[in-house]
Ligand binder design. Structure first.
Ligand code: PGA
Length: 256
């Protein structure tokens, strides 16, 4: 972590959480987030809970995220969610290109790019997920990394717009497996991503861009990620389903 970048702790509920659990979960974490000034905290719920979640956190520092959004503002796209509507109801962030979207719903790099642009146009802050196993690359392979998901996702996105973009690095084998990357592995990939950002844009922009690690983060390993120079936050699935555990993770981010 670097003091110039504000950490982000993001809970990804995925397709979990019963309707009656949503309010109590947010009630549990809200007081802590209110005290918290050193880290941004966001919760990504299923679409059908988002309006309720936004209403619940109104006026607080807790932000609400969507797990995906379409690239058009409206139209004949049955079953999809409009980024414009998300923005209108007060959602702050949108995850784009999560591994599970890519794996189960044929998300492509081109769509990730379109969705990222649409999110920005609508005032949402995109969290662009790179699911590639970048840890397989060695330090020599920055060109290959550049040519991969990162470059495609950011095509046509201006330096100014990049201020609102967060990148999340998630090794596919670590997501939901209970086996996180080591902090050193994750740092190596985050540093490669930052170097790619410097090549695609410039060093200043690379230094300002927030990069998260995701994949089996829990209360035992979270602190080790925050100790890394290029990791600015965590994207948490399973461990964040328990509000107490998510609170502990917010505390860890605070102490980092
Ligand atoms: P996990 O999920 O923490 O359960 O591995 C992370 C994610 O999918 O973003």
């Amino acid at each position: 972590m670097n003091n110039n970048r504000r950490p982000l702790v993001l809970a990804n509920w995925k397709m979990n959480m019963e309707p009656q659990e949503v309010g109590p979960y947010l009630d549990t974490i809200l007081p802590e987030v209110e005290k918290d000034t050193d880290a941004d905290v966001a919760v990504a719920g299923q679409d059908l809970y988002l309006a309720q979640m936004v209403a619940k956190v109104k006026g607080s520092q807790l932000a609400i995220a969507a797990q995906d959004a379409h690239w058009e503002d409206q139209g004949a796209f049955t079953g999809e969610t409009s980024p414009k509507a998300l923005s209108t109801i007060g959602v702050s962030y949108v995850m784009i290109g999560h591994f599970e979207r890519r794996k189960f719903f044929n998300e492509t790099d081109e769509r990730v790019n379109l969705k990222t642009k649409a999110a920005l146009k609508n005032g949402l802050k995109p969290i662009v997920d790179l699911d590639e196993d970048l840890s397989a690359y060695d330090g020599q392979a920055i060109d290959q990394v550049e040519l991969s998901q990162l470059k495609k996702a950011l095509t046509g996105i201006s330096e100014e717009e990049m201020k609102d973009v967060t990148i999340a690095y998630e090794p596919t084998w670590a997501i939901g497996s209970g086996e996180a990357a080591s902090a050193e592995q994750a740092e190596k990939s985050a540093a490669l991503i930052r170097a790619s950002l410097a090549n695609l844009y410039n060093q200043d922009l690379a230094n300002q861009t927030r990069i998260l690690y995701g994949g089996s983060v829990n209360t035992s390993n979270a602190a080790s990620f925050f100790k890394q120079a290029d990791i600015d936050g965590i994207l948490v699935g399973k461990a964040a389903l328990n509000p107490q555990t998510f609170l502990d993770l917010i505390d860890i981010a605070q102490q980092a």
